[in-house]
Design a protein around this ligand. Structure first.
Ligand code: FAD
Ligand code: DLZ
Ligand code: SF4
Length: 507
């Protein structure tokens, strides 16, 4: 009996669960460049080029490993534009006795895979994605019955489960979390490691030309395209990160500097999320560097926490919260996303930097996403669904399962605190402390009202006042509300007027 194995664009792992235990001589792998996937949001051109080129390279790697691959390109005149349409055509070509597929990464595609067994006259076997530490059932068991879901406690379970940085049943170093050591501002320094640049080969160049021709109106640039598109090259960036950036990853994890988009971050998320890199294998490498004294514990623990803590936790929340999570808007924010998110044209230097590098590289690091673009949208009261669609479109690592909980939950507090214990809202003071952006901004971070005042200041207090009914009861918001109460009525009114004027101009 021949088996048809569809592989999706974020399933580019040779050890994928749908392949394991299957025989190369009676299996056909189906890979499809699907119009519906390339257009469900207006993806950044570099994201499209990355995914499509990585898919094409992966089909070669599969063939080299002895698999038969049926690959449908975007410009194939017969291409129906959808996974389901292409599966129908592939069934005609191969007459399989079974369709076997690894579960989808998001609700939209899950619904599609679930419909296949009714639609086709061929049995469909959907197998779990084993590239995560926690299964859906395991997360549900952990989450059910808890009054509050908090990453820190889930993370400790993942440490115990993986054995990473464990000394018997105790955390190495006597502490689970060294985050308090990871908040240093950085200085411009010639030694900041630049991520490796992988010059496009013939396949990537062809894909880039196709993307420019077909998606020319999407945002972003492909001229500086330098992503790895094979596992081999992704492993080179992994090794480079481990050698050059990991030792200071912890110290400068939250830092931001003008003209330095990458700092000591790994730039590995596109490769991990599409399957070229194995997250657990990477964590074991990080642990090994700590074991031989090459990296300090705050860096090793900080990095491992991002992967087996945050990454696993947001996936758990995504599936646990259900398909309606995307519609949540606990703070009732309704303002339209300002057009400068798509162009980078704004006087706010921090926003210009974060958005500008996003347009250039389809990359911004976590604190830029959370405390610059995310924070602004939160305190300005932007509709979280529009914010979500922007993040899903612009980053090379963005797939709904990981982007949505980060955006709607962590950054916009749209789930009312299901994922995070308090809103990540701040005035300009935080940005000034963690970056050098303010020194070259046309606004003055120290001023709270008036034409030259940093807009984050009045917007922050306006956010606090506007959402008092929803947030005052949150113990972690006690301090801001105490400070707000201490202000004179005229100061309060000046801040709210200033915010109102700014928001009016924004509209
Ligand atoms: P590093 O700083 O080097 O971190 C190492 C790895 O840890 C990352 O590669 C990633 O795999 C993992 N990681 C770190 N933080 C998170 C997190 N909060 N959630 C999940 N994984 C994490 N990450 C995505 O992979 N895809 C997204 O679409 C995405 N959208 C985001 C949207 C918002 C509003 C925010 C605040 C964060 C988002 N993140 C997303 C999380 C984080 O910003 C990125 O994972 C990180 O910036 C990727 O860059 P890096 O590989 O250099 O990460
Ligand atoms: C994101 C993406 C894009 C842009 N294009 C494709 C594609 O043409 N073919 C494909 O198989 N996958 C693509 N993907 C990734 C899918 O959207 C991803 O696999 C689903 O979101 C399932 O989680
Ligand atoms: Fe951003 Fe305000 Fe600083 Fe300007 S002054 S960079 S707007 S935080």
């Amino acid at each position: 009996m021949s088996i048809l194995i569809p592989i999706l664009g974020d399933q580019l792992s040779l050890g994928l669960s749908s392949l394991s235990g299957q025989h190369r001589n009676d299996s056909v792998i189906l890979m499809v460049e699907a119009d519906e996937e390339t257009t469900y949001v207006p993806h950044h051109k570099a994201k499209l080029a990355y995914i499509l080129s990585a898919m094409r390279h992966h089909s070669d790697a599969l063939r080299k490993a002895g698999w038969r691959v049926d690959y449908v390109k975007l410009h194939d005149p017969e291409n129906s534009g959808s996974f389901t349409g292409e599966l129908a055509r592939a069934i005609e070509r191969h007459h399989p006795g079974l369709i076997r597929v690894t579960e989808a990464g998001e609700w939209r595609v899950k619904a599609m895979l679930d419909s296949w067994s009714d639609r086709f006259d061929v049995p469909v076997e959907i197998v779990p994605d084993t590239r995560f530490l926690a299964s859906h059932a395991e997360f549900e068991t952990w989450a059910e019955g808890r009054k509050q879901l908090r990453m820190e406690f889930f993370y400790r379970d993942m440490r115990r489960k993986s054995g990473l940085l464990m000394d018997g049943d105790k955390p190495v170093g006597g502490q689970w979390n060294f985050d308090s050591e990871n908040r240093k501002p950085a200085k411009n320094d010639l030694l900041i490691p630049k991520p490796l640049h992988f010059a496009p080969d013939d396949i990537t160049r062809e894909v880039i030309d196709m993307v420019e021709a077909r998606f020319g109106d999407h945002l972003g640039r492909t001229a500086v395209f330098g992503f790895a598109v094979t596992r081999e090259d992704a492993l080179k960036q992994q090794a480079y990160f481990l050698d050059h950036a990991l030792p200071l990853f912890g110290d400068y994890q939250d830092a931001m500097l003008t003209g330095e988009p990458f700092l000591w971050h790994s730039i590995l998320s596109p490769y991990i999320n599409s399957g070229l890199l194995d997250p657990l294998e990477l964590c074991r490498e990080v642990e090994a560097r700590y074991d031989v004294g090459k990296v300090p514990l705050n860096a090793a623990e900080g990095f491992i926490r991002q992967i087996i803590g945050w990454r696993e936790y947001v996936r758990g929340i995504y599936w646990f919260a259900g398909p309606d999570y995307v519609d949540r808007n606990e703070l009732g924010a309704t303002r339209d996303l300002p057009s400068f998110y798509w162009t980078g044209k704004t006087d706010m230097h921090c926003m210009r930097e974060a958005i500008g590098q996003t347009l250039e590289y389809a990359y911004a690091h976590h604190i830029q996403r959370l405390m610059i673009t995310g924070n602004f949208a939160l305190i300005a009261g932007i509709d979280p669904k529009q914010v979500h669609e922007w993040y899903l479109a612009v980053y090379a690592d963005a797939y709904e399962w990981v982007e949505l909980p980060n955006t709607l939950g962590m950054s916009q507090f749209g789930d009312g605190g299901m994922l995070a214990s308090k809103p990540y809202a701040s005035s300009g003071a935080y940005i000034n402390r963690m970056s050098n952006y303010c020194s070259s901004c046309r606004f003055d971070v120290k001023q709270r009202t008036g034409p030259d005042a940093c807009p984050f200041n009045a917007l922050y207090w306006d956010f606090i006042a506007r959402n008092e009914g929803k947030l005052r009861g949150n113990p972690r918001m006690a301090m801001p509300y105490k400070n707000w109460e201490r202000m004179s009525d005229s100061d309060k009114s000046a801040l709210r007027t200033s915010a109102g004027q700014f928001l009016e101009r924004l509209g």
